[in-house]
Write a protein that binds this ligand. Structure first.
Ligand SMILES: O=C(O)CCC(=O)C(=O)O
Ligand SMILES: [Fe+2]
Length: 304
């Protein structure tokens, strides 16, 4: 089963070792006592239910467009297969790069929704940055080094996922298998199972600990670590009877960030990746979210 870490152990002996082992063995873990607050987490989950229960027309009013990626969408492709889900994405107000000027959009019919979601965005971002700094320490870089790529102009975003019941659940997936492309993901699940991580040849269904978050590293940390850590493949099964909700926060750097194996992670070995420009990588991947363009861009394309 996925390792379970407890954030109150942070700063105590053994915390960095436990984090390192979890990232090496699984690339993901559950996180207890994370400090985001039970009330805030419960409110976000409740507000997600309110949002996705809105009439379809109201959701289409704030559908994402080619110029503004923030808003509602229900035709996303992962691995060129249509996911059995609806999403609502909230990005930064001070975005740079291709979406500079795009503002998050909010449903008019839901008082309080924006405030709750913004509060959760801020809390999950702060937690993601703490974990990133700790992972950096595991990889031999001093605190603040990796985090600086995630300041002004970052491209992190919060996604609200709704997986409706699916009558032909054996023929669909909530989300096809994928790795997250960014640095790391902080995910708030509801109680419904469905998320699976691949380890070795086996898919493991996450049994979410009540109140815990699920953290997984993404492709960028894999590259920084020179494959010491692997971004885990994961997917979400479709469910014939029950809906499922989840809220991942994707910690992504600025568009002009170039990432490559960290010197401290080489340990005498050769770098296994050429430097990768996040803006270019992201553009290639995002194109595949909208249309079936054949093979998706992968970090393996950048292997030396
Ligand atoms: O809903 C989940 O549990 C996982 C979502 C996910 O993997 C994603 O949105 O990238
Ligand atoms: Fe994911």
């Amino acid at each position: 089963m996925l390792p379970i870490l407890d954030l109150t152990q942070r700063g105590h002996a053994g915390w960095l070792d436990a984090l390192d082992v979890a990232c090496r063995d699984w690339g993901c873990f559950q996180l207890r006592c994370h400090g985001l607050g039970d009330d805030l987490c419960r409110s976000v989950l409740a507000d997600m239910q309110r949002f996705f229960a809105l009439p379809y027309r109201d959701k289409l009013d704030i559908e994402r467009t080619a110029d503004n990626p923030w808003g509602f969408y229900d035709r996303e492709l992962t691995k060129n297969a249509r996911d059995w889900k609806q999403i609502f994405d909230v990005g930064p107000y001070a975005a740079a790069g291709p979406f500079a000027g795009a503002r998050p959009r909010w449903p008019e019919a839901l008082p309080g929704f924006r405030e709750t979601v913004e509060a959760y965005y801020a809390a999950s971002e702060a937690l993601a940055l703490i974990l990133l700094g700790d992972i950096g320490e595991c990889l031999g870089v001093s605190r603040g080094t990796l985090e600086q790529e995630f300041g002004k102009g970052h491209s992190s975003f919060l996604r609200l996922n709704y997986y409706p019941p699916c009558a032909q659940a054996d023929q669909h997936l909530g989300i096809s298998h994928h790795t997250d492309a960014g640095a790391l993901t902080v995910l708030l699940p509801d109680e419904q199972p469905g998320l699976q991580f691949l380890r070795g040849d086996d898919w493991h269904t996450v049994q979410a600990e009540p109140g815990a978050l699920i953290i997984n590293i993404g492709d960028i940390v894999q590259v920084w670590s020179n494959d010491r850590y692997r971004a885990p493949l994961h997917r979400v099964l479709a469910n014939p009877g029950d809906s499922r909700f989840s809220a991942p926060f994707f910690l992504n750097p600025g568009y002009d960030t170039v990432y490559a194996p960290l010197p401290g992670a080489l340990q005498g070995g050769a770098p296994r990746y050429r430097p990768i420009n996040w803006g270019e990588f992201r553009a290639g991947r995002a194109a595949g979210d909208y249309a079936d363009l054949g093979a998706e861009v992968q970090i393996s394309d950048f292997r030396t």
